[in-house]
Design a binder for this molecule. Structure first.
Ligand code: PMP
Length: 398
C-alpha cells in the first residue's frame, strides 16, 4: 500500500517544529523565552466568552448553514466594509474555521494544476505549501530592505509572472517581516493583477493589528473588487486563535463555490463560536485597544534591545507583532554560516526560541542576508527584557 503522491508536495508550518524543540528544552528543566509562535498569551475578552457560553446554553450546538449564520455574515459584511470604506453584501461573506482555510479553498477555486500563483517569500508558509500540494506552480516574489522597513521586489514579481499565472497572493501587513505597503506599492500590485487578469487573495489577517497609521485594502482599488478575495480572521484582533473563526469576503461567483467547499469539508463552522463572533464585532471594542497598548509596549521594549545587540538591525514596525531583524553581521561575529545553527545554539545558551527566515518559504536565488523572526505576542515585556538581555550577553561574549 502506498500513500498518495501529492503528499510529497505538502508543506507545513515549520514554526511548529521550533515549538517542539523549545518544549523539549523546557521539559529538560531549562528556562525558555518563547519568541517563536505567532500566538497571543492574552485572554479572549470576557463579553466574548460570555456570549459563547450563552450560545451553548441556548442550544446553538447543532449544524448551521455552510456559509455561516446570517447574523454573523451581516455583521462581518458591515464591519469589514466600513473599515475599508466600501460596502459588502452578506452573501459575499463565507464564514470559515479561521483565516487559514481561506488560502487552500481560494486556490482550489481559481487554480488548475500546472497554473502559476505569485506569492510573498518570505511569507506565511501555507501559501507555498498549498499552491504546490494542489499541483500549481509556486512563483515567489521577495522583499528588499529600505530605510524604514521592507518593500516588495516589484521587478521580481513582474519577472515571475508567466502566461500561465492565474492568481496573486498579497499579504499587507505582512507576516513574518512586518512590511506594510505604501499606497504606490499597493497600486503597483493591483496594476500587475489587472494587466495579467489575475485573481487576488488579499490576506488581511493583521489589518487591525497596527500601532500607528491606517490600513487600506487592495480590494478597494479600481478594477479589484471583482477579482479580490479578502482573508479575514478573528484570531489576532480578538485574541481568538484557538476558537477558529474567520471568513472570506469574495465576489459572488467565488463566494458560492467557497460555501459549497465548506459543505464538503466541515459542513459548517462551529455554531456557538459564530455567536461569540457577533459579540466580538458588535460589543465593547476597548479590549482590542487595550491589547494593542500591551503589544505596543512589548514592541518598543523588544526593538530597543534587538537594535542594541551587536550586528543586529531592525526598524520599528508600525503593525503586526513580529520583528524581522537582519542578523548577517551577528552570524559573522559568532563565526557561524548557518542561521539554523545560530537559532539552536541561541536556544541552548540563552533559552531564547525563535524562527528564522527559512521557516517562511524556500530561500530565493541571490539572497545573501540572514534574518530571524521574533514574535512578541506570546511573551510578557519583563520576559522579553530578560530573554533578549541574555541573548545580547551571549553574543557580546562570543
Ligand atoms: N495569514 C497570515 C499572514 C497569518 O500569519 C496567519 C496566522 N498566523 C493566518 C493567515 C491564519 O490565521 P488563522 O489562525 O485565523 O487561521
Amino acid at each position: 500500500m502506498a500513500l498518495a503522491q501529492r503528499l510529497s508536495r505538502l508543506g507545513t508550518e515549520t514554526a511548529f517544529a521550533v515549538a517542539l524543540a523549545a518544549a523539549d528544552w523546557k521539559a529538560q528543566g531549562h528556562r525558555v523565552y518563547p519568541f517563536h509562535l505567532g500566538d497571543l498569551n492574552l485572554p479572549m475578552a470576557p463579553h466574548i466568552v460570555e456570549a459563547m457560553n450563552a450560545a451553548i446554553a441556548d442550544g446553538k450546538t447543532g449544524y448551521c448553514p455552510g456559509a455561516g449564520i446570517p447574523p454573523l455574515r451581516e455583521a462581518l459584511a458591515q464591519d469589514i466594509g466600513e473599515r475599508r470604506g466600501t460596502t459588502y453584501d452578506p452573501d459575499q461573506v463565507v464564514v470559515m474555521t479561521g483565516g487559514k482555510p481561506v488560502i487552500g479553498k481560494f486556490l482550489q477555486a481559481v487554480m488548475d494544476p500546472g497554473k502559476g500563483v505569485l506569492y510573498p517569500n518570505p511569507g506565511f508558509p501555507i501559501y507555498e505549501s498549498q499552491i504546490e500540494y494542489l499541483g500549481g506552480q509556486a512563483l515567489p516574489y521577495g522583499y528588499l530592505p529600505t530605510y524604514d522597513g521592507f518593500a516588495i521586489d516589484l521587478d521580481q514579481g513582474r519577472a515571475s509572472t508567466t502566461d500561465d499565472t492565474v492568481a496573486l497572493i498579497y499579504n499587507d501587513l505582512q507576516n513574518p517581516i512586518s512590511a506594510e505597503s505604501s499606497a504606490a506599492e499597493r497600486e503597483a500590485i493591483a496594476a500587475l493583477a489587472v494587466e495579467h487578469d489575475l485573481w487576488v487573495l488579499s490576506d488581511e489577517a493583521y489589518y487591525e493589528m497596527r500601532y500607528e497609521g491606517t490600513s487600506a485594502s487592495i480590494a478597494t482599488l479600481p478594477g479589484m473588487a471583482q477579482r479580490t478575495v479578502i482573508l479575514y480572521t478573528f484570531s489576532k484582533k480578538f485574541a481568538m486563535t484557538g476558537s477558529r473563526l474567520g471568513c472570506a469576503v469574495a465576489p459572488r461567483e467565488i463566494a458560492s463555490v467557497l460555501s459549497t467547499m465548506n459543505t464538503n469539508d466541515e459542513s459548517c463552522t462551529t455554531h456557538y463560536v459564530q455567536w461569540a463572533g457577533i459579540a466580538a464585532l458588535q460589543g465593547d471594542q476597548q479590549p482590542v485597544a487595550d491589547m494593542l497598548d500591551v503589544l505596543r509596549e512589548r514592541r518598543d521594549v523588544a526593538c530597543e534591545l534587538v537594535d542594541s545587540i551587536p550586528g543586529m538591525h531592525v526598524q520599528t514596525p508600525r503593525s503586526t507583532f513580529y520583528l524581522f531583524p537582519d542578523v548577517t553581521e551577528t552570524l559573522q561575529r559568532m563565526g557561524m554560516s548557518d542561521v539554523s545553527e545560530f537559532a539552536t545554539q541561541a536556544l541552548h545558551a540563552t533559552g531564547v526560541s525563535f524562527c528564522t527566515r527559512r521557516h517562511f518559504g524556500r530561500p530565493l536565488a541571490g539572497e545573501d542576508r540572514d534574518y530571524i523572526r521574533l514574535a512578541y505576542s506570546g511573551i510578557d515585556a519583563a520576559d522579553i527584557t530578560e530573554g533578549l538581555t541574555a541573548l545580547k550577553s551571549w553574543i557580546e561574549s562570543a
